[in-house]
Design a protein around this ligand. Structure first.
Ligand SMILES: Nc1ncnc2c1ncn2[C@@H]1O[C@H](COP(=O)(O)OP(=O)(O)OP(=O)(O)O)[C@@H](O)[C@H]1O
Ligand SMILES: [Mg+2]
Length: 327
């Protein structure tokens, strides 16, 4: 611990997860690539249905089956491809090295067991702790996640917890395996603003301590600004732009990112302005021949409709998947 990070802890290369339904094959995740380093938070943003959740689930091979199947790519955890692991081997990565937190904390907690029971169980499972050591770790976890009166509250059932406390309990369970990667899929959407802010602060504190790498899915650009070092913008199953957070806000390059940022209501304006992005998102079952955004893009040229654009590296480590940047 303490030494400079070497390679990325998680590297995703050309991940493709397709849907297999009566409507045909849907390219829901269609060539997603990104790298995540220790101690870093990468935001994943994009319209509803762009494939963010399916990407998160696929990383742990928890994508819904048989509705979807990972058909290609690689998910490298410290250089080892998780897609080549057996189901049994895969179980040793879930929770232990890569943890997943989902939007609704109620679905992650079992209503018939006390919260304490579920946290103890997670610590026992992941760290093999028992007896007084188990209690010590659990108490430390509660303190970190700022659950008040832990001794007393551990005996409560999930429905006796407030939404914010439930989400923190789920966080405690997720972090009990001391993972090096946390995948958080809209973890604060169900929380009110103050509780959300407190939760995010705790998460950042734990991240600093443990050099946790976080993939953070959100619709909320205020959360992106607060939490993320870099942002990946997803559209129709592909990442169309990646940049440092400040560069993305300051100077978005992909026409979709520009439209997405413009669709955010201006919190400072007296009248709430809400720009909708013109046109419909494409159907995953009818992939475009060229760029998936071309039909809605104000700058689209002939080739945009005919050929898929390449991923173009730009200055400052950013990249954009758009013909406008090909010289
Ligand atoms: N179990 C499933 N069966 C069939 N289709 C699915 C299933 N899960 C997701 N999909 C489809 O896969 C595509 C990607 O969905 P996904 O949930 O990843 O989107 P998302 O970007 O997370 O959206 P949101 O912002 O609304 O959470 C969508 O077209 C969705 O309808
Ligand atoms: Mg989702």
């Amino acid at each position: 611990m303490g030494e400079a990070p070497t390679g990325p802890v998680l590297e995703v290369k050309d991940l493709r997860t397709h849907l297999f339904t009566s409507r045909g094959v849907g390219r829901a995740v269609d060539g997603v690539s990104f790298a995540l380093r220790r101690g870093e938070t990468l935001g994943l943003v994009g319209e509803s249905g762009s494939g963010k959740s399916l990407t998160c689930l696929s990383l742990l091979r928890l994508n819904p089956q048989p509705a979807s199947r990972i058909v290609g790519g690689a998910v490298l955890y410290e250089g080892t491809d998780l897609l080549a692991k057996t189901d049994e081997e895969m179980r040793r990565y879930r929770g232990k090295r890569i943890a997943l937190v989902l939007q609704d904390p109620m679905t992650a907690l079992n209503p018939v067991f006390t919260v304490g029971n579920q946290i103890f169980e997670a610590i026992r499972l992941h760290q093999g702790a028992r007896g007084s050591r188990l209690r010590k770790i659990a108490a430390e976890m509660m303190r970190l996640l700022r659950i008040p009166d832990p001794e007393q509250r551990l005996g409560d059932y999930p429905h006796q917890f407030s939404g914010g406390m439930r989400q923190r309990a789920v966080g405690a369970i997720a972090l009990s395996g001391k993972p090096s990667v946390l995948i958080a899929d809209e973890p604060t959407t169900a929380l009110d603003v103050t509780i959300q802010a407190a939760y995010l602060e705790v998460l950042k504190e734990i991240q600093r301590r443990e050099r946790l790498a976080i993939l953070f899915v959100t619709h909320d650009f205020a959360v992106v600004a607060r939490m993320c070092d870099r942002v990946a913008v997803m559209y129709a199953g592909k990442i169309v732009e990646t940049a440092d957070t400040w560069r993305l806000f300051d100077d978005p390059r992909h026409p979709y990112t520009v439209a997405l940022l413009r669709s955010v209501p201006d919190v400072e304006a007296r009248i709430e302005r809400l720009y909708a992005i013109e046109g419909q998102p494409p159907s995953v079952f009818e992939p475009a021949k060229g760029c998936a955004f071309a039909a809605r893009c104000p700058h689209a040229e002939a080739r945009c409709h005919d050929e898929p654009p390449p991923d173009v590296p730009l200055e400052g480590g950013r990249a954009v998947r758009c013909w406008l940047f090909v010289r």
